[in-house]
Design a binder for this molecule. Structure first.
Ligand code: GLU
Length: 572
């Protein structure tokens, strides 16, 4: 009787709460099945691997129409901003690494977000436990840094694109997807459910990604004509369409209305940076990766350098001895990361030392094969619990190689949607240490330390071999290094390398093993003294690797895509 007088919205929410509780119990008992097969592909002319089948196909269509790998990568990247709006978009930033066949050296385009001019090292309230007392660096306007996505992708297109296709042609597929809409997958529906609190704080965001406050479900469609119109305007006007004028004003007022400090000058002053990649070798293969403002490349190379002191092939795939070496390697790399790595435009990072073979030998000598070393130093791993982002790889028959990792930081970023423009602003301020005293403390214009590590691997003769990258916050470093080792040490195919069970730890805290790691390995590691946290099978915690590889005969291109996300490869 009393239920009859409850308003419809209340009833729906009540049912939803009960349903969620039952679902949570169900999930605890039985994991959602993951569609494992048919994600990889091979071709002779081109490969695009990304977190969405529709986006990978966009890239391949561009290659078919005569575009080069950068045209394809940029088209795929814009399409991902529409098709995977939880992970990246024009309100965010990232890194491109590119080596076209004619280039002697690869180049990194750093389009990482930067702190607004009014940002300060002590801009967030810090409690006695040293943590931010509210969520201001994660949710709302104060979490937003100046986006770099449009500047970075358009610079990549203008500088390295084939010029056979116009900006409008490269952006059109993304525009079309925004207008016609795309189906919600189980993965997206779960993410919306997980982020519902944040999404519902911002009505424009809730309007797009919920049904009256309830998460969109599998089979629902997301149509975003506002984003379509925004992208059309950027396709017409170029970078200035985003960083100046009407849209810039609307971005600023959305962020400031949500408590932020962003100004029109911040947007007008945003600069991409052209960086020299960090380089190293692993068992004769050349590793070319992302430098600061990302920590990624430095520590991927550092970890591989340490591993090189062990016969990983002989230690075996997934054995206790191999995972012990990985654990100790990660511990030391993450201790150095916390101490030394930050935006090199603001602090001096001992880059050569961190990536040197000699230093790695010294660190490798610290590893006792019988027992784990204590936590190398007290860090704050809880900061790194979230991780969204997206990564894509493109290779073509001409030997062009591109990897892009880009993000709005957490899934659905700060939650702040620019009204009538259809995109969400990042919460990248959360990647700074939110108080004074760290190399990674906030300064105006500084880029927060990233983990994004789009990476190229050349074979021992210096020829294209592999492109690889992943989302997953700090786990990116582990995922990228593990996939490289799986291919080089364990001779796995690229898809096997992507699918192999993952493991991750930082300098302190537990050793996280994916559920599919063998139980014998887990038990043996525990007996040695490792403290283990067992994560679920296919847990997106471990990232979502999208990679391309040219076989050793240099005839066939293979792509690997991650079932931990909605990854699919397209090829031709
Ligand atoms: N903000 C994160 C970083 O730059 C994005 C990467 C991720 O979380 O996956 O490291």
């Amino acid at each position: 009787m009393s239920m009859c007088i409850l308003p419809g919205g209340y009833l729906k929410r009540l049912f939803f709460t009960v349903f969620s509780l039952l679902a949570a119990v169900g999930i605890a008992c039985a994991q959602t099945p993951v569609d494992l097969y048919g994600r990889d592909a091979q071709g002779k002319l081109g490969i695009v691997a990304s977190a969405k089948p529709e986006a990978s196909k966009v890239g391949i269509d561009i290659l078919r129409r005569g575009g080069n790998a950068i045209d394809a990568a940029v088209a795929t990247a814009f399409a991902l901003g529409v098709l995977e709006p939880n992970a990246s978009g024009i309100g965010g930033g990232g890194f491109v690494i590119v080596k076209l066949a004619h280039m002697k050296d690869a180049v990194v385009i750093d389009f990482r977000e930067s702190a607004p001019a009014a940002a300060k090292a002590d801009m967030y309230p810090i409690g006695d436990n040293g943590k931010v007392t509210n969520v201001a660096n994660v949710v709302g306007g104060l979490a937003c840094a100046v986006p770099g996505d449009v500047a970075g992708l358009l610079y990549a297109l203008d500088t390295f694109g084939s010029k056979k296709l116009t900006r409008a042609q490269v952006m059109q597929p993304a525009i079309d997807w925004a207008h016609k809409g795309f189906p919600v997958t189980a993965n997206l529906s779960k993410i919306i459910n997980d982020e519902l609190g944040k999404i519902n704080k911002f009505p424009a965001t809730a309007k797009l990604y919920t049904n009256d406050g309830l998460p969109l479900e599998v089979g629902d469609k997301v149509k975003n004509p506002d984003l379509g119109a925004t992208l059309e305007m950027i396709a017409r006007k170029g970078k200035d369409g985003f960083y100046r004028g009407d849209l810039a004003k609307r971005i600023v007022s959305a962020v400031r209305d949500a408590g932020g400090v962003l100004t029109e000058e911040d947007l007008a002053n945003y600069q991409i940076k052209i960086r020299q990649p960090v380089t190293g070798t692993y068992r004769g293969y050349n590793i070319i990766s992302t430098p600061p403002a990302s920590s990624g490349g430095i520590h991927v190379i550092q970890m591989l350098n340490i591993l090189e002191n062990f016969d990983m092939a002989k230690l075996g795939d997934g054995t206790p001895a191999a995972l012990h070496v990985w654990s100790e390697t990660m511990k030391m790399a993450f201790a150095d990361r916390a101490k030394y790595t930050a935006d090199t435009d603001f602090v001096k990072v001992p880059l050569q030392g961190l990536t040197s073979k000699a230093y790695a030998r010294e660190l490798a000598a610290n590893i006792d094969m019988k027992k784990p070393m204590p936590s190398v130093m007290a860090g704050d791993p809880s900061r790194y619990e979230s991780g969204s982002t997206t990564s894509l790889s493109v290779m073509d028959k001409q030997g062009n190689m591109v990897a892009i990792t880009k993000t709005i930081n957490h899934f659905f970023g700060s939650g702040v949607m620019v009204p009538d423009a259809g995109f969400i602003m990042n919460n990248e301020m959360d990647d700074f240490v939110p108080k004074p005293g760290s190399v990674n403390s906030i300064e105006p214009g500084k880029r927060p330390l990233s983990s994004m590590s789009p990476t190229l691997v050349l074979d021992p003769e210096g020829k294209p071999f592999m492109t690889v990258g992943s989302p997953g916050s700090t786990r990116i470093l582990g995922a990228v290094a593990e996939v490289i080792s799986n291919v080089i040490d364990h001779k796995m195919s690229i898809q096997q390398a992507v699918m192999a069970p993952r493991f991750f730890r930082m300098h302190s805290g537990d050793y996280n093993l994916e559920g599919r790691v063998s139980i014998n390995t887990k038990n043996a590691l525990e007996a040695m003294g490792h403290k283990i946290t067992l994560k679920s099978d296919w847990d997106p915690f471990f990232g979502g690797v999208h990679a391309a590889l040219l076989d050793r005969n240099r005839k066939i291109l293979f792509g690997g895509a991650d079932p931990r996300r909605d990854g699919y490869v397209a090829a031709y």
